[in-house]
Design a binder for this molecule. Structure first.
Ligand code: MN
Length: 206
């Protein structure tokens, strides 16, 4: 998981992950899917760890990949219905529209989502997605989406709760996405849970 990745001219992204110590697989999982002039990005954390959690997380990510053109709220509801009776997941999702320079984000539970806005001027502004508590597949809260305008250079960071709080203060919008994801795993992984960081820089859609 060390490739430098780009989605055409839209995004440059990276991901790094570390399973619960002693496990060979992780219940944390990411999805990055191209959709018309944009992309769907998601990070999923299935409850627990090990093979069973990995299987549940894969079920959720395959739903997102198959239905990437749906709205975020529809995607979360699809995952909820599919995972009823399974162990459940928490997730954060964003869709980026390169034609309009906008992003919609939504989530359930404690996958952190941080947006560093830096494209428009010298000052960096940090915005956090505030998402309702709950479990997709068990207790779905009232869902809401947030819309924001993006500027080229803006940086989006998703981190599961295997990453300690406070990492956002040590993130610079100039960071290389892959290197940043790897550094946050090294410096902030709790080692009492699976951990995953997904970083994407918006390059501009046009
Ligand atoms: Mn976790």
């Amino acid at each position: 998981m060390t490739d430098r990745r780009r989605i055409r001219g839209l995004l440059e992204w990276g991901v790094a992950a570390q399973p619960f110590p002693g496990e060979g697989v992780s219940g944390d999982r990411h999805a990055v899917v191209w959709r018309d002039q944009g992309a769907l990005l998601a990070v999923i954390d299935a409850l627990g760890h090990g093979t069973a959690a990995e299987t549940t997380a894969k079920r959720a990510s395959s739903i997102l990949e198959r239905h990437a053109h749906d709205s975020l709220l529809v995607l979360i509801e699809r995952c909820h219905r599919a995972l009823l009776g399974d162990r459940g997941v928490v997730m954060s999702l964003a869709t980026i529209d390169g034609a309009r320079d906008t992003m919609v984000w939504a989530g359930v539970g404690n996958v952190s989502a941080l947006l560093l806005r830096c494209g428009a001027g010298p000052r960096v502004r940090r915005e956090r997605l505030v998402q309702p508590a709950g479990i997709v597949g068990a207790q779905l809260p009232a869902l809401r989406e947030s819309d924001v305008t993006l500027s080229p250079g803006d940086l989006l960071v998703f981190a599961t709760d295997g990453i300690r709080d406070g990492f956002g203060e040590h993130v610079s919008p100039r960071d290389d996405p892959q290197r940043l994801a790897e550094r946050l795993i090294l410096d902030y992984a709790r080692r009492t849970d699976d951990a995953l960081v997904l970083v994407a820089r918006y390059l501009g859609g046009r």
